[in-house]
Design a protein around this ligand. Structure first.
Ligand SMILES: NC(=O)c1ccc[n+]([C@@H]2O[C@H](COP(=O)([O-])OP(=O)(O)OC[C@H]3O[C@@H](n4cnc5c(N)ncnc54)[C@H](OP(=O)(O)O)[C@@H]3O)[C@@H](O)[C@H]2O)c1
Length: 265
């Protein structure tokens, strides 16, 4: 039951009707006896800054989940960021500190790599191809580098974004071999970190026919579960890893972040 003691959390999105995080997280709060509630707030971009300023003034506002289209606007509106949020220049969770300061973090990458690890994939020493350099892809790149991959090739439509991402990551992870290139040949894992695959008419983010036999093909897209990329990869006999693993692993990370006090700097 919601009482005056309940920690109030929000998800900030525009539109908000399609989000599934409220049902998923509220069910976890109930199952785990956490006195918190997460409510959907449809916030247009122009209202984001005053909305966050106002929420930070409410002492029982505990934090928020941030999603499309706000993830890249929120870093500038936070008082402090985790290292990975600063590197990805993207935030998908905010915690309100007791003094009203807002601390932003990004869990997309951690959720993605935990999803892979829970499926039995080892990342240490692997050569990884990543399509995309937006918020999700940047966070995934950071988390992969944290796990000690040997090499990361980033391919993005806007090349200046992949090059900027690589420059930020290389400063943190000197032992990883980074490259901005579009050829997915010669990698152990190939990841779609773009929004390509959401719409039936979308082009493939990369050509699975050019992958080495044995390459694992992984997705961030959750709907459809088997995207055209994953279909094509399966048809070639490659192993696949759908996007729902990332969300499931991330819910646990969100629960911990939004209801516990420790912070990753
Ligand atoms: N499974 C999960 O738990 C989970 C979590 C978070 C996000 N996601 C999914 O991840 C996707 C990306 O989210 P995001 O937050 O990273 O979005 P974003 O910051 O807007 O980035 C979008 C990425 O897709 C690329 N892109 C978009 N349209 C393209 C096109 N027509 N051709 C080539 N590249 C294109 C963009 O390239 P440019 O830089 O050139 O624009 C950019 O790299 C979303 O579809 C979302 O559903 C899934």
């Amino acid at each position: 039951m919601i009482t005056g003691h309940t920690k109030t959390l929000a998800i900030l999105a525009d539109p908000v009707t399609h989000v599934r995080t409220p049902q998923a997280l509220n069910a976890r709060f109930e199952a785990e006896g956490v006195d918190a509630v997460l409510v959907p707030l449809e916030v247009p971009p122009a209202a984001l800054a005053p909305m966050l300023k106002g929420l930070a003034g409410a002492r029982n506002f505990a934090g928020a989940v941030v999603t499309v289209p706000h993830k890249t606007a929120v870093p500038a509106l936070c008082d402090a960021l985790s290292a990975r949020a600063a590197a990805a220049q993207s935030v998908n969770v905010i915690r309100r500190r007791p003094d009203g300061a807002l601390y932003g973090d990004i869990l997309d990458g951690e959720g993605f790599v935990r999803g892979l690890e829970q499926a039995g994939v080892t990342l240490l020493g692997k050569r990884v191809f990543l399509a995309g350099a937006g918020g999700a892809a940047s966070a995934i790149a950071f988390a992969l580098a944290e796990r000690g991959i040997a090499a990361l090739t980033v391919a993005n439509r806007s090349v200046e974004k992949s090059e900027a991402l690589i420059a930020r990551l290389a400063a943190h992870f000197p032992d990883v071999g980074f490259a901005a290139a579009t050829d997915p040949t010669g990698h152990d894992i190939a990841i779609n970190g773009t929004s390509l695959g959401l719409k039936p008419e979308d082009a493939l983010p990369f050509d699975p026919d050019t992958l080495d036999p044995g390459t694992l093909v992984a997705e961030v897209i959750m709907q459809p579960e088997i995207t055209p990329l994953l279909h094509a990869a399966e048809a070639r006999g490659l192993m696949i890893h759908p996007g729902h693993h990332m969300l499931e692993a991330q819910l646990t990370e969100m629960l911990r972040f939004l209801t516990h006090e420790e912070e990753q700097q």
